[in-house]
Design a protein around this ligand. Structure first.
Ligand code: NAP
Length: 220
């Protein structure tokens, strides 16, 4: 079955690994900041692997500057191909429609079982909006969060969120961790703007990604 082919790596994990990073994002496009974030999470949180899950239709986005789900998926595969600990799932793309994190986390839990620790890694600005996500409480009960930020980010906003979500700070610290990643000075928005202004994007994205973007005329 086609789906089995893509999710094969995930099923294999079930037997041997128990700390899984879930890299959730629109990846429009994926850049070196995302890759450094995943690598840093792997090391700081002693993860066994990181599964990148590009969104299909991000529920909170209204802008029309989003490349197709297939283009974003293929770029994510290209960018992660050389890392043995990075995998890409088509889960949200194949589910089609709005990509709600709760549906993804439920599906991952049913694949991996209860014993595995799931860490949802994404940008701190996205996590700050978690109270507006579908079924917030259930998501928090099913996985922990790694909020990736660039140094200098106002961490008080994350502390405020923890206060709203958790009865005590310690519980919040275990469920939402902040990880500073200097490479997150790179942003997808900036890359798209640079393409429109015909400025170079070399060294901001892997070489294969700049070729893919130019070849397919994305973001012009
Ligand atoms: P976004 O709002 O476009 O991104 C917010 C910030 O986080 C941006 O600075 C973005 O930088 C950064 N970012 C996004 N993903 C990242 C990652 N994996 N690692 C490091 N930085 C990251 O967020 P989004 O990409 O659309 O959504 C993030 C995740 O939250 C997705 O998995 C999405 O499905 C989930 N989400 C779920 C709901 C829901 O269930 N209702 C609602 C909102 C978001 P770049 O632009 O450079 O990536």
């Amino acid at each position: 079955m086609e789906k089995d082919k893509y999710e094969n790596s995930i099923y294999k994990v079930k037997e041997s690994r128990n700390r899984i990073g879930i890299m959730g994002g629109t990846f429009n496009p994926i850049h070196l900041g995302h890759l450094v974030t995943a690598q840093e999470a792997l090391s700081q949180f002693r993860l066994d692997q990181v599964v990148f899950i590009p969104t299909c239709d991000p529920p909170h986005k209204v802008d029309n500057d989003i490349a197709s789900a297939e283009d974003r998926y293929l770029m994510t595969v290209i960018a992660t191909a050389s890392n043995d600990d990075f995998f890409v799932s088509r889960m949200e793309i194949d589910r089609k429609g709005k990509s709600y994190t709760i549906d993804t986390v439920r599906e991952l839990r049913s694949i991996y079982g209860k014993e595995v620790s799931l860490y949802f890694i994404t940008g701190a600005d996205a996590i700050l909006e978690i109270l507006t996500w579908k079924d917030t409480e259930e998501i928090i009960s099913l996985c922990s969060f790694i909020a990736a930020t660039r140094p200098g980010y106002n961490l008080a906003r994350i502390d405020d969120l923890k206060e709203k979500l958790f009865a005590n700070q310690q519980e919040g610290n275990g469920k939402i961790s902040v990880m500073e990643v200097p490479a997150l000075a790179i942003s997808s928005t900036d890359i798209r703007q640079r393409i429109q202004k015909k400025q170079p994007i070399d060294y901001l994205v892997p070489e294969g990604i700049s070729h893919y973007i130019m070849k397919h005329g994305l973001y012009i």
